[in-house]
Each structure stands twice: as structure tokens, then as C-alpha cells.
Ligand binder design. Structure first.
Ligand code: SAH
Length: 206
């Protein structure tokens, strides 16, 4: 309850997004040692030196993405699988790419345990997108890019929306909302954030 109140107080108003945030048990996506903190509004460490985003940022990006029931959504940066789980409660199908096999496998196991069967987790370089299932109605990148990943823009459907943290590594990035229309792209810069970097290539470490 406190969890949802915090999100509401910070301005998350979309009922479907709040319902999805309520439904997905964040504790399942963090290490046991952090389960007590799972419902606090803060980012937490996960394996491979990565982080699970702050719930507010997950809710905010999900709300701004504007996901519909029949949408196919691509996420880049599976991490724990939490954001993918939230998206799966709103979308028709979700494809999520992770460059660490270890993280991808753990995320897959969590989603299977929860019975969220409309998510496909793939191991690879998210900068290449996932052409097999393109185009996507919605794309969410959850690692910070220094410049616009054009390959992902290409995999966005007409009328599609992409959200990504854009800006210098280690500095302040902004969530950028890109909308593709028949006449081109429109860009809106949203809140300042700090994400782990979007790195090229599949991770060599397991
Ligand atoms: N959305 C995640 C948190 C993302 S942390 C969650 O809900 O838990 C960012 C993730 O992006 C990390 O797991 C990192 O390994 C991954 N990542 C970074 N660069 C990537 C790339 N090029 N392709 C795929 N995944 C990438």
C-alpha cells in the first residue's frame, strides 16, 4: 500500500500502470539480502554489477511509454526482469534483450515462476535490437545511451514510441521520448536520471 502511495504522491496517475506495479512482486526480482528493501523507492544492486531501477522510474517510464493491450514491446536491458514483468502486465507481448547470460537466465526463471508467459528474454547486444520480431510498437531502453541508437529507431513501428535515458556516462542523463510518425520523428526531453551504461556487444563474462 505504502508502495503505491509513494508512486501516486510522486505523480503516477495511470490506473493500469499502478495496477501493474501493485501486481508484480518486486521482492522476487532482488537478491534475498535486499528483499526487506524491495518496496522502498530506490534502486538496488543485482548481479553482474548492474542495478534494478527505482520503482518510481519504472512506473514513470512505463506511464510515459503509453502501452496498449495489443502492443509488441521491446525492452533493452533486462537486468532483473522487473521492468519486463511490469510491461508484460500491460502489453500483448514483450521481447527483452540482455547482454549478460546470467542475468537473462535468472530473469527468465523469475518470469516463468510468476507465470508471465508473454515475455521472451533473449541474450544479445541490444544495440542491434531484435530484428526477428520488429517492428515494435513501443521500445524501452533501460541503460543509458550516449547517442541515439539508430538501429532501434529503425525497428520502431510508425506511430511507435521509444523511451531511453540519453546523456553522458557517469553524468546526468535525461529520459528522452521519441515518437515516430509518417512525417518523421519528434523528441521530448523528460526527467533527469542516472542509469548504468548501455555497452556494446554481448558480455563475455557468463
Ligand atoms: N530493466 C532492468 C534494469 C536495467 S539495468 C530491471 O528491471 O531490472 C541495465 C541492464 O542493461 C543491465 O542488466 C545491463 O547488463 C544491460 N545492458 C547494457 N548494455 C546492453 C546492451 N547493449 N544490450 C543488452 N543489454 C544491455
Amino acid at each position: 500500500m505504502e508502495f503505491l502511495l509513494t508512486l501516486r504522491r510522486r505523480g503516477i496517475a495511470d490506473q493500469a500502470v499502478l495496477r501493474a506495479m501493485d501486481e508484480v512482486p518486486r521482492a522476487v526480482f532482488v537478491a534475498d539480502e535486499f528483499s526487506a528493501a524491495a518496496h522502498e523507492d530506490r534502486a538496488l544492486p543485482i548481479a553482474c554489477g548492474q542495478t534494478i531501477s527505482q520503482p518510481y522510474v519504472v512506473a514513470y517510464m512505463t506511464e510515459k511509454l503509453g502501452v496498449a493491450r495489443d502492443n509488441r514491446v521491446l525492452e533493452v536491458g533486462t537486468g532483473s526482469g522487473y521492468q519486463a514483468a511490469v510491461l508484460s502486465r500491460l502489453a500483448g507481448e514483450v521481447v527483452s534483450i540482455e547482454r549478460y547470460r546470467t542475468l537473462a537466465e535468472a530473469a527468465r526463471a523469475r518470469l516463468a515462476k510468476l507465470g508471465y508467459d508473454n515475455v521472451e528474454i533473449v541474450v544479445g547486444d541490444g544495440l542491434a535490437g531484435w530484428p526477428e520480431r520488429a517492428p515494435y510498437d513501443r521500445i524501452m531502453v533501460t541503460a543509458a545511451a550516449e547517442r541515439m541508437p539508430e538501429t532501434l529507431v529503425d525497428q520502431l513501428a510508425e506511430g511507435g514510441v521509444m523511451l531511453l535515458p540519453l546523456g553522458p556516462q557517469g553524468g546526468t542523463q535525461h529520459i528522452v521520448k521519441l515518437t515516430k510518425t509518417s512525417t518523421g520523428l519528434s523528441r521530448e526531453d523528460l526527467i533527469p536520471v542516472r542509469f548504468v551504461p548501455l555497452l556494446p556487444g554481448q558480455a563475455r563474462e557468463l
